[in-house]
Ligand binder design. Structure first.
Ligand SMILES: O=C[C@H](O)COP(=O)(O)O
Length: 245
C-alpha cells in the first residue's frame, strides 16, 4: 500500500519566529496513530533549521534546489546545504518557479537529478493552465512535462504532485474525481505503481476527506491552508473513508 503524504508548502511566508509559533500550536493537534502518513513541512530556507529542531516526527522540505553542487549562482542553494540542515524532501518545478523564475523542463530535470544524487527526495510539480485545459490539451501537456522532467530520474525515490495552475490559490478546487482521473493518468504514464501522487490546488479542511478518499490520490500539497496550524492539522488528520467495494 502506498503511503499517504500530507505536505505543506509555505512559499514565501513565515519568519523563523512565526515558524516556531506554528510548530508549538501544530504538533499537539496531530492525532496519534496517524501511521502510514508522512507529514512534510516545506518552509523558506531561513526556517529549515527551526523546522528540523522542532518538527519531531514530521519531515522537513525545501522549495527549490540547484543542479550544481557549488558555483557562482547568486541566490541559489545546493543540495548538500539542505541536507546539512536536516532537509529530506525538496519541491522541484512548482508552477510559480516555472512562471516567475523561468524554470524550464530542462532545468527542472537537472534539479531533480542533482537532488537525488544527494539523497534528497524530490516532489515534482506538474499541471496545466486554464487555457491548456480549455483547449483539451491537459493530458498532452502533462505527459510532455513528465517525459522531459523525468529523464534519468529514479521513480522509486520521487513524489509527483498534480497541481492544476488554475486551482492554485484561487479557491477553485479541481473536482475530486477529475483530480483522481489525472493522477491515475500520471501513474499510468510513468508506468510505476509505487510512486506517490499528490493533488495540490486550494486544498482545505472542507475538501480534504473527499480528496483523500480517491483511489489514485495519495496525498496533498497544500499552500494557503498549511499556514495556519489548525487548518493544516485538520488536513493531516483527514478522515479515512473506507473504499466501497
Ligand atoms: O504548493 C502548493 C500549491 O501551489 C497550492 O497552493 P494553494 O493550496 O494555496 O492553492
Amino acid at each position: 500500500m502506498r503511503r499517504k503524504v500530507l505536505a505543506g508548502n509555505w512559499k514565501m511566508y513565515k519568519t523563523r519566529g512565526e515558524a516556531h509559533a506554528f510548530l508549538e500550536a501544530f504538533v499537539p493537534l496531530i492525532s496519534p496513530g496517524a501511521e502510514n502518513r508522512e507529514v512534510i513541512l516545506c518552509g523558506p530556507f531561513t526556517c529549515l533549521d527551526v523546522l528540523n529542531a522542532q518538527a519531531g516526527p514530521y519531515a522537513v522540505g525545501a522549495q527549490n534546489v540547484h543542479w550544481a553542487d557549488h558555483g557562482a549562482y547568486t541566490g541559489e542553494i545546493a543540495p548538500q546545504m539542505l541536507v546539512e540542515l536536516g532537509v529530506r524532501y525538496v519541491i522541484v518545478g512548482h508552477s510559480e518557479r516555472r512562471e516567475y523564475f523561468n524554470e524550464t523542463d530542462s532545468t527542472v530535470n537537472r534539479r531533480l537529478n542533482n537532488a537525488q544524487d544527494h539523497d534528497l527526495l524530490p516532489i515534482l510539480c506538474v499541471g496545466e493552465t486554464e487555457s491548456v485545459r480549455k483547449d483539451g490539451m491537459t493530458e498532452a501537456h502533462i505527459r510532455s512535462q513528465l517525459d522531459r522532467d523525468l529523464e534519468l530520474v529514479d521513480l522509486r525515490r520521487l513524489i509527483i504532485a498534480y497541481e492544476p495552475i488554475w486551482a492554485i490559490g484561487t479557491g477553485k478546487t479541481c473536482e475530486a474525481n477529475e483530480a483522481n482521473r489525472v493522477c491515475a493518468m500520471i501513474r499510468k504514464h510513468v508506468n510505476f505503481e509505487g510512486v506517490p501522487i499528490l493533488y495540490g490546488g486550494s486544498v482545505k479542511p472542507e475538501n480534504i476527506d473527499e480528496l483523500m478518499a480517491q483511489s489514485d490520490i495519495d496525498g496533498v500539497l497544500v499552500g494557503g491552508a498549511s499556514l495556519e496550524a489548525k487548518s493544516f492539522a485538520r488536513i493531516v488528520n483527514f478522515e479515512s473513508v473506507p473504499p466501497t467495494s
